[in-house]
Design a protein around this ligand. Structure first.
Ligand SMILES: [Cu+2]
Length: 157
């Protein structure tokens, strides 16, 4: 099963409705993994979060695994006013810094949705793989696409 309705998961697992928004991997703190709702015909959806490296060693996000045909790390580059997404092998998380994956910049690309769009309130389980800190399971909350946050990405997916 690709996605779990937040309410169903919360009831089944006995969690409170306030979902966990912070995840820990070694010296890393991952904050607020989220994705925007997608159009019914969308083949891709972007995943966003921030990572704070509380340690003294640099780390890198090297992969993300989730139940989709393909998941890639992307960056966004603007050329002649057009935002273009490009695949990257890794995203650096330098010691002592916070790196934001956000619309218009680095993001996680869930690919091959194939007519099964992200809907508000869904949670998408995924595993983040860090070079030094290892693997951590997180949940991406699907949120309403706002013009403020969504416009830069909606043109490209
Ligand atoms: Cu992308």
């Amino acid at each position: 099963m690709k996605k779990i309705l937040a309410t169903a998961a919360a009831l089944a697992l006995g969690f409170s409705m306030a979902h966990a928004d912070e995840f820990i991997a070694g010296e890393l703190t991952i904050n607020h993994p989220m994705a925007f709702e997608t159009a019914k015909t969308a083949m891709t959806g972007g995943g966003f979060l921030s990572v704070t490296n509380n340690g003294t060693e640099d780390d890198r996000l090297i992969a993300v695994r989730a139940d989709f045909p393909k998941v890639e790390l992307h960056t966004t580059e603007e050329k002649d006013g057009i935002a273009k997404m490009m695949h990257v092998d890794a995203i650096d998380i330098p010691a002592g810094e916070t790196v934001a994956l956000e619309p218009g910049g680095f993001h996680i690309m869930f690919m091959g949705l194939g007519g099964d769009p992200f809907e508000i309130g869904e949670e998408i389980p995924a595993t983040l793989v860090f070079e030094n800190s290892g693997e951590v399971e997180v949940m991406f909350n699907v949120e309403e696409r706002t013009t403020e946050h969504g416009s830069s990405h909606s043109t490209t997916n």
